[in-house]
Design a protein around this ligand. Sequence first.
Ligand code: SF4
Ligand code: SF4
Ligand code: FES
Length: 510
Amino acid sequence: MIPITIDGRKCEVPAGVNVVDACRMHGVDVPHYCYHPGLTVAGNCRMCLVNVSTSRRDVEIGCATRVSPDLVIDTKSPKVKAARRAVLEFLLINHPLDCPICDKAGECDLQNFSYEHGGDRSRFLEDKNIRAKKEFSADVLYWGTRCIACTRCVRFTQEITGTGELAMINRGDRTEVDLFPGRPLNNLLAGNVVDVCPVGALIDRHFLYASRVWNLAEADSICPHCAKGCNVTADIRPAEANVDDVFLLEGEMVRVRPRHNPQVNQWWMCDRGRRDLDSVNTHRLSRHYAGGSPIAAPLAVDLFRKALESGPVIPVVSLWNTNEEMAAIRKVIDTFAPGAPVSFLGREVEPDVVYPKFTVPGDRNPNRAGAGAVFGADAVAQGIVPAREALARGGDVLAFLGMAPGNHAPADLRALMPRAAKFVMVTAYATTMVRAAAVALAGAVPLEKSGAFTNQQGLAQAFTPGKKPPGLAAADLEIYQTLLGERDPATLGLTSAVGAPGPRPVGARV
Ligand code: SF4
Ligand code: SF4
Ligand code: FES
């Protein structure tokens, strides 16, 4: 740590950080566009101007200035303010008045900094330079007129993915981003360029005109789509207008963004996790079923319990269960099927996708490590083999304790299912399996429950509900507790999202 002074206040910061980060650590916001802590310093937007004691110039760019012992930083002097105002005027010369139709409105740093640091009028009388709109991929669109040529997106494809699809072309006010010829922006991390763009130049086609951001609620969660466990923020459009009633929020997840965690995903996430909105929004089971007909919770739980008691049971545990659910399922199995070999269900493992600074694991299940901690890694490695062998003998009760999205099950297991006397399931998804099940209890997806997943590094990451499960569905842990007689069946599903921090209105700037 070294001593420095920021706006007259003495403080300490780690040696080697730049002035923007040093100020941020002490609650002083230095406006910036091109600087991103996960990318190399480009120093081209000139927005981060500050006065530093080591320079003879009135202003220096803070992103490219490292702190040194006893450095004195001034972020509020009249010269700094005037320089910032001039830079903003320059950046806005060709910028269109798109805010009413721009998806970035409400979280755009051109808006924020214009309001905080800009002037209140334009002196530009010439014709604006109109740059083209382009389609960078099926997912990412480019509005050239809104681009401030900060190169964050270009540096992302050079430094993080190493794929280099994007480049700056032309000079001066003709500068724009373009695709390297013949190389579409289709790497698995491409969605991050939309996040790093500080203005509305790069837009996610799936979010285009989907919602104004101030009508959304945001909730922190963990991506469940692979064993990495990226930290994410989910944006939810409430079913009702009242965003304040956060603990009882039903709604649709319209966007997922990465949340910084230096140990796991840094500032990034992959497009598998970003694009899979369907696993939360569609084909959801909103009530319990028995024999293909809807049924009330107490009766459904009773029938589920009786089915288990009529055993012998073939338990199949989903790798999508939380650690807490795994422990409760262990108790359920010990109570209703002691000694039964346990099978494990999840998506098939694929090869890892490796980029220079981010690896997308091929294990597309969130909690293999958590299952291993409760049931033993060797048992988990068996996958569905025990169930297959038991079904080949026939006549038993097949119990799916949690499912992967869409009730995914391998084809060979499905082919053997008719040999079971009956099957019961706890699932969040309404597929044809639900109609065929003796009993199907409606559970929740990770965004709707509390718990923790243990990722491939062995890191247990906790999360809380961002929204309520649909209709009469309940958090899976409540279902297992009810089965075990630890809670009253009449309360099932009534308390799923209560008591959690819940979502908050969108607005925090990163
Ligand atoms: S598209 Fe966005 S991130 Fe890329 S250079 Fe333009 S403003 Fe920067
Ligand atoms: S790498 Fe895995 S955890 Fe991260 S966003 Fe992609 S699917 Fe989700
Ligand atoms: S953030 Fe420093 S020059 Fe752009």
